[in-house]
Design a protein around this ligand. Structure first.
Ligand code: SAM
Length: 190
């Protein structure tokens, strides 16, 4: 984890029931401008393999790691100077913390913690900031998407469409393995 980046720590993954949601935590982080995801909890080689495939195809610079426990990556982030932000309905509303969070993201970087099942009480005090996206219980994917979008805006979203050829109507993509044309290069139409 590097200072100045926004990283996501998915805590407490349960291989039997969280595969889809944990995958979505990773994909949403990738799409909305996070610098990487650390998956913790049950070891789940199938999950790591499918998320690694998506990373290699869509966001090659994105950090992807597994750590059995949540404490070690939190310690590492602290040593690297990142602020620890825990998304929880019991925290303080994002609205009131947003300016400070943006400044922290720029100056130090953030490690954003999201839970799966019951989150250990210790996490609430290990975090520098407990942040709520409303005080209703909902989804880690929704909370994370709101936070990342509010922090990084549209600039955070992976700008290059990659193999996608954006269409207002219809659907077009380059075949797997084909590179998008570089504007101005021989053979490109612009
Ligand atoms: N039942 C769990 C507990 O008591 O800790 C929470 C499980 S919830 C489905 C999974 C995760 O979604 C939470 O750990 C939290 O990170 C996130 N989350 C859910 N509602 C949230 C909210 N209103 N604000 C911020 N994060 C939220």
């Amino acid at each position: 984890m590097m200072p100045g980046g926004v990283y996501v720590l998915r805590m407490g993954h349960r291989a039997g029931r969280d595969k889809r949601v944990t995958t979505h935590v990773a994909l949403a982080s990738m799409a909305l401008g996070a610098s990487g995801v650390i998956l913790s909890g049950d070891e789940d080689p199938g999950l790591m393999e499918s998320v690694t495939k998506a990373r290699d195809r869509w966001a090659p610079g994105f950090l992807l790691e597994y750590s059995k426990g949540w404490r070690e990556p939190v310690e590492r982030a602290r040593e690297a100077g990142l602020a620890i932000v825990h998304l929880t309905m019991y925290g303080v509303e994002l609205e009131f913390l947003l300016e400070g969070l943006r400044a922290l993201a720029r100056s130090r970087g953030l490690l954003v913690l999201v839970g799966a099942g019951k989150v250990p009480r210790e996490v609430y005090s290990a975090a520098d900031l407990n942040v709520a996206v409303t005080h209703l219980p909902h989804s880690e994917v929704a909370a994370l998407a709101v936070l990342l979008h509010e922090l990084l805006g549209f600039r955070g979203q992976r700008g290059s469409p990659g193999p996608v050829l954006p269409q207002l109507r219809g659907k077009l993509a380059l075949p797997r393995g084909a590179r998008p044309p570089v504007p101005g290069s021989p053979g490109s139409s612009s």
